[in-house]
Design a binder for this molecule. Sequence first.
Ligand code: SF4
Length: 742
Amino acid sequence: MNSRSKQKFKKLDKIAINVKSHRILQQFSKENPDIVSLLREANDKEEALEAMRQWIMPYFENNKTAWDYYNGKISGREAFDQLSWPDYGAIRLMDYIQHAGRIFEDLNLGGDLVGSHPVKYLWLAIKYGTGGANHHFFYDTLLLFRQIKGTYVRQMPDNTMLKQWMDRHPSGLDEKVIKIRKHNRDRILKVIIQKMDAGELSSRRYQFEPGMTFEQKFLTATRWWDDTNFHLKFAVRSPKMLNELLNNSLSTKTMELLNEARQAGIPFFVNPYYLSLLNVAEPEFAVGSDLAIRDYVIYSKQLIKEFGKIVAWEMEDIIEPGKPNAAGWILPTVHNLHRRYPEVAIMIPDTVGRACGGLCVSCQRMYDFQSGHLNFNLDKLKPKETWPQKLQKLMDYFEEDTQLRDILITGGDALMSSDKSLQTILNAVYEMAKRKMESNQNLPDDKKIAPITRVRLGTRLPVFLPQRITNELVVILADFKKKASEIGIRQFVIQTHFESAMEVTPEVKNAIEMLLSAGWIITNQLVFTAAASRRGHTAKLRKVLNDIGVLTYYTFSVKGYKENSHNFATNERAVQEQLEEKEFGRIDKRYNEKISSFAQNAEEMVSNIKALREEAGIPFLATDRNVLNLPGVGKSLTFRTIGLSRHGRRILEFDHDDTRRHSPIIHEMGKVVIIESKSLNEYLNQLEDMGEDKAEYHSIFGYSIGETEPLQHIYQYPAYDFEVTDEYTNLELSETFMDMAD
Ligand code: SF4
């Protein structure tokens, strides 16, 4: 720490705490006279720390499991399950003590330094009324000591409670919702027709015949509604049009913000179908039902303010020619492959597949958009002459790599590619997999390389634009599966991204049915935004997805820094959701084989999931894992709360998910510290603004430890009946690491 920073922290120590903080501190003193007198006697922060250590140690003498967990003597999910509610608190306090005085660079604050010394802040407040901590800090601390002392207990929800929470969130398949959406469609089409008549919108492909009446035009336009290209052509690209298609229902404040967003250079791209999912007035029977979708379309104040200053979250996605990425992998091109793990790489084609059918507010691609790297100029994204050569180069990379067995074709969005482009890519994958398989036959057992066993398509189009799922596409997918199965590819997955049960419309249901008929399974990745984190919202989504044959795969905490803070739901809520809501869909191990067998018969997915839920007596299958994509390598929800800022923002130290294989670089990287962009109190206030009752979330303060759930059996790679070489190709580790490895 330089002398300027030292000065800054010294100054903060002298800042008097405010009235609101004093009130909470008075309550704290009433409940904890023992701690107050210990801290009053301390003459400096070191003595305060020592006093606190002496105070908590007897707890551990009586609770050996908590002590062993704190020390890392026991770890993992099973050990975590043995911890009691007060244990969480005691471990957190010990972690605060152990990490006291650490300084962190906070990218939420443009790289400013943030200190964490909760015991010192409490000591300063008690002894001198200073320390600069605010009421969020004191409230969190008040509950911590109640948790350790056993006066803040956790009330676990029962089935009835869960059902009530889930029932608050309608689905897009409810009759009343379907009716609203039909009105929305008609309204949107009428505005588009008016704009075409006025010459404000035009298209060579979509034109009315001369002399048509308005009714005839409307009828024609309702037919266009079933056509993907219509929606891409007439996608909203400005705040003005967004508001017009939403019946001018956006507030003046929202419009000002959106205009600012436009001036800042943030692209707009909302297709008419997806826009028809937004309410233009709150329906009485479903107030707030579209919030999770709305917050995914309408830019937040924070995003607009930060745009231009956004820093990359996932370092391994930054690729320089010829240099290994943050995970140590050398990649053949700069823009077409992303790789974190040994077994899988993400392929981004140079086709319209680089685009998406919409733009999600929390998308990590906002980072790229800052440099004007926009991906909604669909004509410019048509494949260039160089693409076939590049595709070959990418296939060579997969073919020659000793460990790659899984290819995830995405973008953007894999299904934004035309049928022809997609077929070209799938053919190339087939040929590559075949060659890889054949060359393996000549290699001795332990020298064999990993053949391709899984192919995935990453797409949000079944949600953004279900019209894209056509009979022609289904034939392409079914044909590929048939021939690829013959050469040993075993897993065929469409990986999609639903945020809300309100996105599941009759059109979506039909699209999913068609995809399943091609024999591919469909898995979902949810981004756990603040609106999606409301009680019961995600549980309801799991149920509705299961109803239509989709399995849930990941529930991702929102990544990014301040730019995504509006949508960020704290990791403590992710753990609370996992243990208090998702738990009701926990599947007994004895069903593992059964669920895995569903993949062999994707066509029967709906009835298979239904039968299993009935047999197990659960409302949904909790096949997903709640995780955060770490700004390092991989996904994890294994963390401990090691600090608390003066403003009550928690500081979490994440460890990597040890249930899966990583790049060997993982041993060099160590733990990853995340400073949450809002305090738990601020998050709860945000939920209250959405009409939630904060009391229903009260146990959130007690969650301070996470352990990544194991990957469900169905998502594991099939076992080989031979040994794959343990040699790595395309991997470059630093010299320091090589020395360590030696
Ligand atoms: S679909 Fe995925 S890649 Fe596309 S905008 Fe949304 S989050 Fe980003």
